[in-house]
Design a protein around this ligand. Structure first.
Ligand SMILES: Nc1ncnc2c1ncn2[C@@H]1O[C@H](COP(=O)(O)OP(=O)(O)OP(=O)(O)O)[C@@H](O)[C@H]1O
Length: 729
């Protein structure tokens, strides 16, 4: 690793040359800090990847770092250098002071950007894709969260955590048959295991990103991953609606429609797409993008605000399972990439998710949030919160209300709890006025590099406290410090009982390992299963026993599992009827190439008695009953097929010529199976008695023949006696 080419001034691989300041972002596998490179007094970004969370696939990381070192394009975030510090990989990059488009939308543009800004952002992103594709790379994780902005309006595509070099022959097969990405942004061919994909998958993700920038969230973002997977495969492609999206131009709509074609061969290449009229008319980013953040607070304060918002949302969910669901949902909806797909579980979940927006659960959440928290959700939380975007004021203007709510949570859920966030909340409250658009505070424009450095010296209590309390900053300390720990630093004393809100923050940031109704992997499980940089199966060891037992295939960040292989492996595949339609109880395994029996349609199937006695609503019972019905029909099918294979072919004839009728084969005739069997029995008995009668006849005939034979013998003897007497005379 170490230094990477192309820089006139190279950055050292010595961690003590970097002074880590505020956290400015976090993803599935990494936390990103603003930092100062001391030898040059230069602001940089340091991405700290926890190698343990990455599955410690060092070989992949090394290859990834090499890939990054070859990147040299003004619209691609390049790595200056990378090096391992204890169990962490530090990647040193240019600091993009305005963070990602996703963060920007969540903070200030919950309903998306205006078309001129979108045009510029997309054009710059597309230039990056043209470059990467020419170099033989597939990015595989194009989304608003990976499009970074600088204060002067520069747009760069980031995160090669999942990119793959298709020119590397050894890697080609794997990279093209690997499940990598974030479900909402993933192309249909990527979601269909084994079909393989190429750089056109990036064009699909680019189209989804266009919709994300236009609406503030990606299509289907309110659904759990598997529902998204099924909808992407089964539904018509999403797009800009000609009625609902009246504000957008025809050429924008056309461009999006070109990207979101299911048949990858019909999608344009990045190079061709760049020639589309939509991009020809795009404004330079310094005109249309720069103005997006003129009145906003510094990035790290925005990130802090977003973390508080996540925590507030999480604190609403008090039951452990609900917490897990919330974490899963929020991580997923935020666009975090690490999702391991247990296809069976997710299919079952998908069948339970209603397509309409008015599911009671969602409405309940909606009401709860509306009554307590008045902020609107952007991309991330929109789905579970319903339509909260009616009021389009930026999130940060309501920051204080969120904080008030958090205080309530802290007070009500933790009697002993001290208000850990007091400092944060106070500063948040003050900043609320300072951040308001049209406000005149100097804070609003304090995001230039020089100012950042000054602010870092004066404002960053958490980092300073950490450094003074624990001596030199170690990477481990950096990575392990959580928001709660930082809260303690703010408070400057240890808390015995972590407040609910504080705990919730830990959950948001870190990696709980409980399971919940959605059965979606939280970040911890996702990361333990997956290599966030690039996958290769090197993380197999981190699977627990159950996962190992069920693992069919590890596909990049996602593993495809089935618990049902044992059930079917002893049944000859030829005896199982094959149905190819969607929703069939028998499906082709994602990876083993054989047909598997999908008995695990539901996470748990209650007994009939339970179903009868319970007060469960029909909407919940129905899927279980359908599941039971489906399983019963499958079993019948299998029995029928086994019976038919036991039956000799020549026996399948009509009774008229003395032979037996065939057993009914189709499932429609299942009811007549018993009757058919007894009919066969009766005919067999008839046949036996018929044979017996024929045998009796034959015996009689034999006896008669024998008698005739004796009589003839006697006649012959008599004749020969007469002849002898005649000769003697
Ligand atoms: N160079 C940078 N300058 C400023 N902010 C950055 C920089 N790199 C990343 N970030 C911020 O950190 C966030 C997480 O970074 P990144 O996407 O690289 O992590 P990740 O673990 O790979 O995430 P994911 O897998 O979910 O895409 C980004 O969304 C962005 O907001």
């Amino acid at each position: 690793m170490g230094r990477m080419g192309g820089n006139s001034r190279s950055h050292s691989a010595n961690p003590s040359d970097y002074k880590l300041l505020e956290e400015v972002g976090y993803g599935a596998s990494a936390t990103v800090y603003r930092a100062i490179y001391l030898p040059f007094n230069e602001v940089v970004a340091v991405k700290c990847l926890d190698l343990d969370r990455c599955g410690s696939n060092f070989e992949d990381i090394r290859r990834e770092a090499q890939t990054m070192s070859l990147i040299d394009h003004p619209n691609v975030v390049k790595a200056y250098c990378s090096f391992v510090v204890e169990r962490n990989l530090w990647v040193i990059m240019p600091f993009m002071a305005e963070g990602s488009c996703l963060h920007l939308m969540k903070i200030a543009y919950p309903d998306g950007f205006e078309e001129s800004a979108i045009g510029s952002i997309l054009k710059e992103t597309l230039k990056a894709l043209v470059y990467l594709h020419k170099q033989g790379h597939i990015h595989r994780d194009v989304k608003a969260g990976n499009i970074l902005l600088d204060t002067n309006g520069v747009v760069k595509l980031a995160d090669f955590g999942v990119s793959a070099c298709v020119f590397d022959a050894a890697d080609r097969q794997r990279s093209r048959n690997t499940f990598v990405g974030t479900p909402c942004w993933m192309a249909p061919e990527v979601l269909q295991p084994g079909s393989g994909y190429n750089s056109k998958a990036d064009i699909w993700s680019f189209g989804i990103t266009a919709l994300e920038l236009a609406h503030g969230h990606a299509p289907f973002s309110k659904y759990p991953p598997m529902k998204v997977l099924l909808m992407t495969i089964q539904n018509a492609p999403p797009g800009l609606d000609y009625d609902r999206d009246k504000k957008f131009s025809k050429s924008f709509k056309e461009m999006v429609a070109m990207c979101l074609v299911k048949d990858q061969t019909k999608r344009p290449t990045s190079e061709k797409l760049l020639k589309h009229s939509f991009f020809k008319n795009a404004k330079p980013p310094e005109l249309s993008v720069k103005k997006l953040f003129t009145d906003l607070p510094p990035l790290w304060n925005r990130v802090k605000a977003l973390q508080l918002k996540d925590a507030a949302q999480l604190a609403l969910k008090k039951m452990p399972s609900a917490e897990q669901e919330a974490i899963s949902q929020s991580e997923y909806q935020r666009g975090v990439s690490a999702w391991n797909f247990d296809v069976e579980d997710l299919k079952a979940q998908a069948s339970l998710v209603r397509d309409d927006d008015d599911s009671p659960e969602m409405m309940e959440d909606d009401e709860k949030l509306k009554s307590v928290v008045s902020y609107k959700e952007a991309t991330g939380c929109q789905s579970s919160l319903g339509k909260l975007n009616e009021n389009s004021e930026p999130y940060w203007t309501e920051y204080k209300e969120v904080n008030d709510y958090e205080v309530q949570q802290v007070e009500s859920l933790n009697k002993k709890g001290k208000v850990l966030e007091s400092n944060i909340l106070e500063s948040g409250g003050q900043q609320k006025t300072a951040w308001k658009k049209n406000g005149s505070s100097s804070e609003a424009t304090a995001s230039t590099s020089e100012k950042d450095m000054v602010q870092a010296k004066t404002k960053n209590l958490s980092v300073k406290s950490r450094q003074t309390q624990s001596g030199p900053l170690t990477p481990g300390a950096v990575l392990s410090h959580s928001l709660s720990e930082r809260s303690r630093i703010f408070e400057r004393s240890e808390n015995e009982n972590q407040s609910a809100i504080d705990k919730a923050k830990c959950e948001v940031r870190r990696t709980p390992s409980f399971s919940g109704p959605l059965m979606l992997p939280n970040r911890a499980s996702a990361n333990s299963l997956s290599a966030p940089i690039k996958s290769s199966g090197g993380f197999r060891d981190s699977l627990d026993d159950k996962s190992k037992a069920n693992l069919v295939q590890i596909k990049g960040r996602f593993s495809v599992t089935s618990e049902n292989l044992d059930l079917v492996k002893d049944i000859p595949s030829s005896t199982i009827p094959r149905r190819s339609s969607q929703g069939s109880p028998l499906r082709k395994s994602a990876s083993v190439g054989d047909w598997v029996f999908e008995s695990r349609q539901m996470p748990t199937t209650p007994s009939a008695k339970e179903l009868n006695n319970s007060n469960v609503p029909a909407s919940l019972l129905l899927p279980h009953l359908q599941n039971l019905f489906q399983q019963t029909s499958i079993q019948q099918d299998i029995i029928m097929n086994l019976l038919s294979t036991l039956q000799p072919a020549e026996a399948v004839e009509g009774t008229q010529n003395g032979k037996l009728p065939p057993l009914p084969r189709s499932s429609e005739n299942n009811g007549s199976v018993e009757a058919a069997v007894s009919e066969r029995e009766r005919l067999l008995l008839l046949k036996v008695s018929e044979l017996q009668a024929r045998m009796n006849n034959l015996s009689d005939e034999l006896t008669a023949e024998k008698t005739r034979h004796i009589q003839l013998q006697q006649q012959l003897n008599a004749v020969s006696g007469q002849e002898e007497n005649g000769d003697g005379r």
